[in-house]
Design a protein around this ligand. Structure first.
Ligand SMILES: Nc1ncnc2c1ncn2[C@@H]1O[C@H](COP(=O)(O)OP(=O)(O)OP(=O)(O)O)[C@@H](O)[C@H]1O
Length: 237
């Protein structure tokens, strides 16, 4: 008989999670018109694990990313990222922890219009105070990993939607985040490009051991994830 080690038990999986939400409730709005955007949500994501969260409009997907990313404090519950409880950190430390451990990929890539693909990455390293020769080397490696090495000197208007998403993903990975939060990455893309970006996300999650959470309406890309969770009226099942 084999004895399960810590990482194969539920308890071990929770302990080793890079991102862990426990009993997270988020209430929004005024007292008279309160909305429960998240209702006692539990979620644990291990390094190298790709979780997709789907749900109808208004079910709480953006709220989940905002709370997981420390952009919004929950009304109740805790959010652990890379070993620290974001809910117990003061504003300044929370901002630093977020910057050092969490990467974001936005719905429309949010690239700066005047910068080249390479500069989009370098400016992030600069803002984090980490622009040195190794960051420059890593930027080039990442652009290569997402298939954009040949387009490193192009500006956003010279790139397709899918190419912009690739640059957004490379930028999010530059600071080697433990946790990667991805908001509707395929909403502006056609079928082939959607498949392309989600496969790339899955591959990068595994090779770089990030704990990735992607929220999406797009049911055709869910097969790329290790876990698919449903949000309905703020409840995660
Ligand atoms: N600032 C706010 N004040 C009050 N209610 C809010 C606020 N922001 C969001 N809500 C409500 O909280 C619930 C969850 O919203 P959320 O934006 O997280 O949903 P979503 O699943 O991301 O929706 P969509 O897919 O349309 O972007 C909704 O009922 C929404 O109306």
């Amino acid at each position: 008989m084999t004895t399960p080690n810590a990482s194969t038990t539920v308890e071990g999986a929770v302990r080793s999670a890079a991102l862990r939400l426990t009993g997270v409730t988020l209430r929004l709005g005024s007292e008279a018109q309160q909305v429960t955007a998240l209702d006692r949500v539990d979620l644990a994501v291990a390094p190298g694990e790709f979780v997709a969260v789907t749900g109808p409009s208004g079910s709480g997907k953006s709220s989940l990313l905002a709370v997981a990313g420390g952009l919004q404090s929950p009304t109740e519950g805790s959010v652990h990222v890379a070993g620290a409880d974001l809910t117990s950190l003061k504003e300044g430390r929370r901002t630093a922890h977020r910057r050092d451990h969490i990467g974001y990929v936005f719905q429309h890539a949010n690239l700066l219009a005047s910068l080249t693909a390479r500069e989009q990455l370098l400016v992030s390293a600069h803002i984090a105070g980490r622009l040195d020769s190794s960051a420059r080397r890593r930027a080039d490696e990442l652009l290569d990993a997402v298939g954009m090495a040949g387009h490193a000197d192009r500006r956003p208007h010279q790139l397709s939607g899918g190419e912009r998403q690739r640059v957004g993903l490379a930028r999010a990975l530059l600071l080697a985040p433990e946790v990667l939060l991805v908001d509707e990455p395929t909403s502006a893309l056609d079928r082939a490009r959607s498949r392309d970006i989600v496969d790339l996300l899955a591959e990068q999650t595994r090779t770089r051991r990030t704990a990735t959470v992607m929220v999406t309406h797009d049911t055709e890309i869910l097969d790329a994830a290790d876990q698919v969770r449903q949000l309905r009226d703020g409840r995660l099942t």
